[in-house]
Design a protein around this ligand. Structure first.
Ligand code: IMP
Length: 427
């Protein structure tokens, strides 16, 4: 009954989707456990190139049960569009299931995400404006509507009535915008319910069945550890937990069942949205990495901020997740650089520190202390074995392993399945 949690180890966009797509070829089940359609998992495989937002990255293996877990917030319109587009491109989605406990993103969440960002002015968080924060807020406030709620129309109308009355007070009195119509929202969500009802299930039973059959189960993270509301750069974070512990909570399996936690790291750093990023490069090298790596948001198209690998943050991430191994992605993007830097400590107010501060004000003041390594200046894209990589590239990866504090299981030199080199076994 092996369970592998695949976790973003930096600020998201590390390549979790490509790793899950690869491992899912052997998996009995894959469950997404957090976030929503703020995620954009880019996958290149024999079916083509895809940017999945809600559907688990195991969908390309028809034998894999794919679950959108209770820890995810679902915009039903986005999910329906995603299912339709996959089907149009010949990808079977009949093995996709949605937890009846997953929360729904409602029209007022989308409106409020935008209005709240505007109200923050210069202190805006740079959210994806997909309604994620307001939906998770409502979950905690017990004002949410769950996917299973779409299956009982009468109860849905009653629940929506009281919630919309309350939301309309906020929309009109606080933000001075038009109220929402109960009938319209209700009608729209009844249609979504009709379309999604075949997918909505009690999914913890399905995961249990896969485990009891001794099948490989993957827990697919979204976003990254440094965007986690507890351990990330709060308040410049997302609003659902992106770390390994959430894998259990957001999919509905116990912590005793996880066998391996794979931390996915880019060979450098990137971040989209506001908030501190100590190794950000605002120079030509940063631009070069962005252009070579096509570092633009999968969902929003926003340019990503790029910088050197931050080993202080990486070690912290490994600690709070308990990584048993790492996947180092996008090594090939660094192929043309004559020298590379790795941040091994921070200078904070005249002192050298080796930990990741909780305070964003302190993090903003942190100056990276770099170690410099020679670049390999040759293409790695066609290499398929670790010992065939240029010696300087191996040295770079070995140093990352040392600094992160766990072995690299995978090293990726391109987006395709064949471009993931196994360095050490995950299990
Ligand atoms: P939210 O999750 O839309 O509320 O956005 C909060 C922060 O998380 C913003 O800085 C977003 O850019 C960032 N964020 C959310 N999802 C992702 C992701 O999948 N990749 C990278 N950044 C993300």
């Amino acid at each position: 009954m092996p369970v592998i949690a695949v976790i973003g180890a930096q600020w998201g966009d590390e390549g979790k989707g490509r790793v899950v797509d690869l491992l899912a070829q052997q998996a009995g089940a894959v469950a997404r456990f957090s976030g929503g359609d703020n995620a954009g998992h880019t996958i290149v495989n024999p079916f083509g190139k895809f940017a999945l937002q809600l559907v688990p990255s195991g969908i390309f293996n028809p034998r894999t049960v794919c679950i959108i877990g209770n820890g995810v917030v679902i915009n039903p319109k986005v999910l329906i569009d995603e299912i339709d587009k996959l089907e149009e491109r010949g990808v079977d989605t009949s093995h996709l299931f949605v937890s009846d406990r997953a929360q729904l993103i409602m029209p007022y969440h989308l409106l409020l995400d935008g209005l709240e960002e505007e109200a923050r002015g210069g202190k805006a968080l740079g959210t994806t404006r997909k309604g994620i924060g307001p939906a998770f807020t409502d979950k905690a406030a017990r004002l949410g509507i769950r996917a299973g709620g779409l299956l009982d129309r009468e109860a849905l109308r009653e629940r929506l009535r009281s919630i919309i009355d309350y939301k309309n007070v906020i929309l009109t009195k606080v933000y001075g915008v038009k109220p929402l119509s109960l009938d319209e929202v209700y009608g729209q969500y009844c249609q979504y319910g009709e379309r999604l009802s075949p997918y909505i299930r009690e999914t913890t039973i399905m995961l249990d069945e896969a485990l009891n059959k001794n099948e490989l189960v993957l827990l697919e993270g979204a976003q990254g550890t440094l965007l986690d509301p507890d351990f990330g750069t709060y308040p410049y974070s997302t609003s659902s937990s992106s770390i390994a512990g959430q894998g259990c909570l957001g999919a509905g399996i116990g912590p005793t069942r996880i066998n391996a936690v794979l931390g996915v790291y880019k060979a450098y750093c990137s971040r989209v949205g506001a908030g501190p990023m100590p190794t950000e490069l605002k120079d030509k090298t940063g631009e070069l990495i962005r252009e070579r790596g096509h570092e633009y948001g999968t969902v929003s198209g926003r340019p990503r901020r790029c910088g050197w690998f931050d080993a202080v943050a990486a070690r912290f991430s490994s600690r709070v997740n308990g990584f048993t191994g790492a996947a180092i992605t996008r090594l090939d993007i660094l192929d043309i650089l004559p020298s590379l830097k790795i941040c091994v400590a921070y200078e904070l107010d005249g002192k050298t520190i080796d930990y990741f501060p909780a305070s964003v004000a302190a993090l903003e003041r942190c100056q990276p202390v770099y170690e410099e390594l020679e670049g390999w200046e040759t293409s790695t894209a066609d290499v398929r074995q670790f010992n065939k990589l240029p010696a300087k590239a191996r040295k770079y990866v070995n140093r990352l392993e040392e600094l992160i504090g766990c072995p690299a299981n995978l090293v990726c030199v391109g987006p395709e399945r064949g471009q993931a080199i196994e360095k050490t076994p995950i299990l």
